[in-house]
Design a protein around this ligand. Sequence first.
Ligand code: GLP
Length: 235
Amino acid sequence: MNWQTFASAASLSDHAAHLLLRAVQKNPRIVLGLPTGRTPVGMYERVVRECEREYHCFRDVTTFNLDEYAGVPREHPGSYFTYMKQHLFDHVDIDPRNAHLPNGMAPDLDAECVRYEKAIREAGGLALTFLGLGRNGHIGFNEPGSPFDACTRVVTLTPSTRAANAEFFPEGNVPERAITMGIGTILESREIVLLVAGSGKQEAIERLRSGEVTEDFPASALWKHPNLTVLIAQD
Ligand code: GLP
């Protein structure tokens, strides 16, 4: 693991955006795995700003988001589809056909998971995946206890994860389930960058640093990956 510490979330975001754009420059047809949450907002802001100057950045890029809530319409302000449009897709020249999220409204969610996993494979697999870190160590929506070899699947969210995301569902109907890439899917990405910023992450950082690999702490699976960078903001 390559660990890099930043004085602020702003400098972490600058660096993460730099890594993303450099990878796109190197391979304009790259397949990216993308996260949501509060942590990557600054990275997306900077990516959008850079791409305004050079507006063909995403023309041939393909993206796959890590996860999406189940039973939440795409247009809902709390959906990850809406998040991605607001923070990235509406501001860059990505072809909407190449910007993938699991469809949490699919009539058969298990079939949707199979389709999503297959779509990642057919695109050539993830070349570079950015991840955030949940306070309980979740990555994507892989909660504690998730098998390390799991593919994309339907999961039940823990009460703590639902509480952490409650502000995006002010009507109180915080989703109970989601579709997430599995840890196995994530580990197949050829390169991974884990972004860690925000309050309440200290314990998770310590646990990750300890090096203990256990399904009780999903992010610890990343120790198995040969090309992982962890970016941590100290503020
Ligand atoms: C959600 C997302 C995760 C994200 C996590 C941390 O649960 N599904 O992919 O990493 O939140 O979010 P934040 O960056 O807001 O702390």
